[in-house]
Design a protein around this ligand. Sequence first.
Ligand code: DOR
Ligand code: ZN
Length: 352
Amino acid sequence: MSNTPTQIQLIQPDDWHLHIRDGEVMKDVLADTARQFARAIIMPNLKPPVTTVDLAKAYQSRIESNLKLLGVSGFTPLMTLYLTDNTSADEVRKAKDAGIAAFKLYPAGATTNSDAGVSDLKHCHAALEAMQAVGMPLLVHGEVTHADIDIFDREAVFIDTVLEPLRKKLPELKIVFEHITTKQAAHYVRDAVTGGKNTIAATITPQHLLMNRNAIFAGGIRPHNYCLPVLKREEHRVALLEAATSGNSRFFLGTDSAPHAKGAKEAACGCAGCYSAFNALGLYAEAFESVGKLDKLEGFASFFGPDFYSLQRNSNKITLVKQAQSIPMELPLGDTTIVPLRAGETIAWSLV
Ligand code: DOR
Ligand code: ZN
């Protein structure tokens, strides 16, 4: 007999991996996130990318203007910088002093707007050493990009050829393995030996907890379920769900909600990214409920992220109710529209 609650209270969660883009589009997507989360790690893969403290400060003030226009108070963007082959140790120290939350490593060519990313980590040694020295987290898009590596193997190969060597070289560097998608990544993070230090963690998206790769091909090509790293086999989804709901503080919430205009997704060469921000918490609640672990949601969503980043946990509470919410077919996005994850369907849980 199951006795699933119909309502749960949580300390307000944060989103530790989010894309809000820029300009008009930003205002439309920011409102969805700010309704649910107190803070979010803002990804720097704009065009051009946010590579310096000055660019991040300017981006932050555009975000704050949009929050003001939306009448939102009580949401804090946590800014990140985009690591390049040319990032200096000085910029890292300047970023630390300026309150930048993290640097993001995009291997060049790995995903949306990653052309200016890192071609080889050997170019970044001084910057990475400085990050380790000042306690600046490095967020990694963990995929190799060589065309000869099968797309479904890119994360597992990254662990062996990039992540493990990096951790050996800089064992005290704080690393978040972002949006993990495989059993190999979940087990790597779970089993990593850190000498009791908070040096490795991983974020997990709602789509990777709820769907496997069949969802990209269900009855035809489903561009709105296409993101990077791409959805994997069922055994990987099961391993991710097991990690997220285990109560292990190395795993925490990061939606990777990534808006692209409808036309840019439904195209001959469609963009990667799922827009989950509309009811991200409902999606996570559904995933945790599916394995009877709703009691583990608060740690994953609200505690382990701030603990890793050495920030205060939030103190206000939110309530989720088991009440189906219909997801619109489309939402406004600047002068176009966006198709949210699960468009036209319902999500079992919603925010009060
Ligand atoms: O699917 C994705 N979309 N994965 C990423 O890594 C980037 C993101 C985006 O910015 O659209
Ligand atoms: Zn992302």
